[in-house]
Write a protein that binds this ligand. Structure first.
Ligand code: PEP
Length: 253
């Protein structure tokens, strides 16, 4: 399970991809020393990923899991199923799930527990909207999300999760947080984690929001940033690899 603070680049394909793309990634991705790589395709391709990445150090996972282990939840996927297929990871609480599927911090917390129970590593997404940032509420928003999740799962479980700071205004917009804004928010997250009894020095905290091969190095310069959750730029194996290499270079991995 959680191995402390790690360098990590995860690629969230969202509702994009094909079986051919899985094969193309299996051929195009290679290990980057010191950096964990995780591919997160639509769940329908997880079985293809399991075959294609069978002997690979590159991990893969789901974009979401249900809170329950089984039952009458048409269209949903349990964390156990994701683990059963051979995946190691799942995202929980992505802002698109929060927005389009009305996921609250409480639901996100329950998904985090379901993921851990199944032996998956959860990447938990937090982030403020543009309105909240412009109102000067970015820090309070992210702190509130983290505290609500911690209240439900407890510090010991939260310490097993990877945290992804993803300002909603930067996701898929081409607008990234400045390196200073990103590092500041990561420091805030680390302060809140420490306050909650989750050792931030051993928690991996990623930035997400329009990271690409051109801006990755600047973002990774932030000392509080351990890597990225990447959307659009993860859809091409060469840009995904370039981001991973930028992380290794920035952290001298
Ligand atoms: C994401 O979906 O988590 C994300 C960060 O997307 P993008 O990189 O496209 O902004």
């Amino acid at each position: 399970m959680a191995e402390g603070r790690r360098l990590l680049v995860a690629g969230n394909w969202k509702m994009n991809g094909t079986r051919a793309m899985v094969a193309e990634f299996a051929a195009g991705l290679e290990a980057v020393s010191g950096v964990h790589l995780v591919v997160v395709p639509p769940s329908i391709y997880l079985a293809d990923m399991a075959l294609a990445f069978e002997d690979s150090s590159i991990g893969f996972g789901a974009q979401d899991v249900h809170t329950q282990t089984s039952g009458a939840f048409t269209g949903d996927i349990a964390a156990q199923m994701v683990a059963d297929i051979g995946a190691q990871w799942t995202i929980v609480g992505h802002s698109e799930r929060r927005a389009y599927h009305s996921e609250t911090d409480e639901v996100v917390a329950d998904k985090l527990l379901a993921a851990l129970e199944a032996g998956l590593e959860p990447m938990v997404c937090l982030g403020e909207s543009l309105v909240q940032r412009e109102a000067g509420e970015a820090e309070a928003t992210v702190g509130r999300q983290l505290r609500r999740i911690a209240e439900r799962v407890g510090a010991a479980k939260l310490s097993q999760a990877v945290i992804a700071y993803e300002p909603i205004w930067a996701i898929g917009t081409g607008v990234t947080a400045t390196p200073e804004q990103a590092d500041d928010m990561h420091r805030v997250i680390r302060d809140v984690l420490d306050e909650l009894g989750v050792p931030s020095g051993s928690t991996t905290v990623l930035y997400g929001g329009s990271v690409n091969a051109d801006n990755a190095a600047d973002i990774f310069a932030g000392e509080n940033i351990d890597g990225a959750l990447v959307g659009g730029a993860s859809l091409k194996s060469d840009s995904f690899m370039a981001i991973a290499r930028a992380l290794a270079a920035a952290k001298h991995a």
